[in-house]
Design a protein around this ligand. Structure first.
Ligand SMILES: Nc1ncnc2c1ncn2[C@@H]1O[C@H](COP(=O)(O)OP(=O)(O)OP(=O)(O)O)[C@@H](O)[C@H]1O
Ligand SMILES: [Mg+2]
Length: 162
C-alpha cells in the first residue's frame, strides 16, 4: 500500500501587521503541494489572515510578541495551528459568536472566527486568560475529487460483483 503523504513546516514571526501577508502567502505556498484549487487556496489564505490578525490585534494588542504558525499536510488534509502567548480569551463561545467584537471602536466587524469556521472544514479555539490562544484549522483539499473517486470505486466494485 502507498504510504500516506506527510509534510510539516513551522514559522515564528513578531506581531507586526506586515507579517500577516507573509504568513498567508507562506501557508499558501506550502499547501500548494497538494495542488489545491484557486478557491481552496483563497479560503486558506483568508482563514490564516483572520487568525494571524487576531493574534496581533487582540492577543498582543499591538505590543510586540511572537506569533507561531505550524502547517501540516497529512494525505489531502491541511492542518494549520496559529498561536500567541498574549492576553487570552475569557469566553470562547461568546468570542465565536458572529458579529461579537471586543473592539468595536477599531472598526472590527466581529466576523473573524465566523469566516474561519466557514472557509475551513474545522476550526477549534483553545485559550487561557493570561497564557495565550491557539486556533487549529483543518481543510481537506480536493474533497469533491476524493468523493468522486470513492463513489466510482464503489461502483466499480459493484459492477465486478455483478
Ligand atoms: N488571539 C486572540 N487573543 C485574544 N482575544 C482574541 C483572539 N482572537 C480573538 N479574540 C477575541 O475574540 C473576538 C472575536 O474575534 P473575531 O475575529 O471573530 O472578531 P474581531 O477580530 O473582533 O473582528 P474582525 O475579525 O471582523 O475584524 C475578538 O473581538 C477578541 O475579543
Ligand atoms: Mg478578527
Amino acid at each position: 500500500m502507498k504510504s500516506i503523504y506527510e509534510n510539516e513546516m513551522k514559522l515564528e514571526f513578531i506581531s507586526k501587521s506586515n507579517n500577516e501577508a507573509f504568513a498567508r502567502i507562506s501557508v499558501a505556498a506550502f499547501a500548494s503541494q497538494l495542488d489545491p484549487t484557486i478557491e481552496e487556496l483563497s479560503d486558506i489564505k483568508t482563514a490564516v489572515s483572520e487568525a494571524v490578525t487576531n493574534a496581533i490585534v487582540h492577543g498582543y494588542e499591538e505590543k510586540e510578541g511572537i506569533v507561531k504558525l505550524v502547517c501540516k499536510l497529512i494525505g489531502n488534509l491541511v492542518i494549520i495551528e496559529i498561536s500567541d502567548t498574549g492576553k487570552g480569551i475569557e469566553n470562547i463561545e461568546i468570542a465565536k459568536t458572529p458579529l461579537y467584537t471586543s473592539k468595536p471602536n477599531l472598526e472590527r466587524s466581529g466576523m473573524g472566527f465566523t469566516i474561519m469556521e466557514n472557509f475551513m472544514d474545522e476550526m477549534k479555539v483553545e485559550s487561557i486568560v493570561g497564557i495565550g490562544t491557539k486556533v487549529t484549522m483543518k481543510k481537506m483539499i480536493k474533497k469533491d475529487e476524493i468523493e468522486e473517486n470513492a463513489i466510482s470505486e464503489v461502483l466499480n466494485q459493484n459492477s465486478n460483483i455483478n
